[in-house]
Design a protein around this ligand. Structure first.
Ligand code: ZN
Length: 275
């Protein structure tokens, strides 16, 4: 019985080692971060901590916007969509963990949540207010943090940080967090109440999904910007513009990979100090 237990444990440990190559399994600690954050056979792997934010439920046009997303949804539906989109760039996102957070216990938090429920794209302090609510202790200082919030404002599906600056020279590892709404009213241009945002859509692009928005916002983290709608000649792009879709241009891939390498180095440096 004891030996069976040992064999079982050995199998579990072996499975644990193998999971480093599996983008959907959580990582153990700083040593795993060192192992994962690197380039292998041309593929740059970057760890992400996903945060499912609770306590920011709000009502909009009679619909209760609850947090319906589960950790399984993130692992089984959203991450595969993100990685499908980023695969042509040779960038693979690996789940460090999926944590369920309560909103930050800041003063006036209910008021902040209500303000977001009526915010539009023109509401200038919308993202500042959301950032106050997601300023949680589980924010990882080095790796990417993706926050799922019920709703992030009228016709908006997400937003991201660029980091300190938009030039690679000054900002070699980009930004490290972005926020996504799990309810959207973008398809109706806010004429109808928000609906649950699809987790993934696959091909062809119609309305997009949480997975595509994540891929887009992670693109901003890697310093990619929106194409200029007036002058763009390449369409079907994950970074938006006219006739959006899933494609990354060769220039975008080059820039994103440069920034991703910088980010991976920063993570390894951070983790080595904490071994
Ligand atoms: Zn954008």
């Amino acid at each position: 019985m004891k030996s069976l237990f040992c064999i079982l444990m050995a199998c579990i440990m072996l499975a644990g080692t193998a999971s480093l190559a599996n983008a959907q399994n959580p990582l153990g600690g700083v040593l795993d971060l060192i192992k994962v954050s690197r380039e292998r056979d041309g593929v740059i792997q970057l760890p992400i901590r996903f945060h499912i934010v609770r306590g920011a439920e709000m009502t909009k046009k009679g619909v209760a916007l609850e947090m319906w997303l589960t950790p399984e949804d993130v692992r089984e539906r959203i991450l595969p969509e993100i990685n499908r989109i980023w695969q042509p760039a040779g960038i693979q996102w690996v789940i460090e963990s999926v944590v369920e957070d309560d909103i930050a216990q800041v003063r006036g938090r209910r008021r902040l949540v209500e303000d977001i429920s009526v915010a539009t794209r023109e509401t200038s302090d919308r993202t500042t207010k959301i950032r106050k609510l997601i300023d949680v202790p589980s924010h990882h200082p080095a790796i990417h943090n993706v926050y799922f919030f019920p709703y992030v404002g009228e016709t908006t599906q997400g937003f991201a940080t660029f980091g300190g600056s938009r030039s690679v020279g000054e900002n070699p590892d980009g930004g490290n967090h972005c926020v996504m709404g799990v309810w959207t009213d973008k398809p109706s241009r806010a004429k109808k109440p928000p609906q649950r945002f699809k987790m993934s859509e696959g091909l062809p692009f119609k309305r997009g999904s949480i997975g595509r928005t994540c891929a887009h916002e992670l693109g901003h983290n890697l310093l990619l910007q929106h194409p200029d709608k007036e002058t763009q000649t390449v369409f079907d792009r994950v970074m938006g513009g006219r006739r959006p879709g899933y494609a990354l241009t060769p220039e975008e891939i080059k820039l994103a990979r440069t920034v991703a390498v910088g980010r991976a180095k920063t993570i390894v440096k951070w983790a080595r100090k904490r071994r």
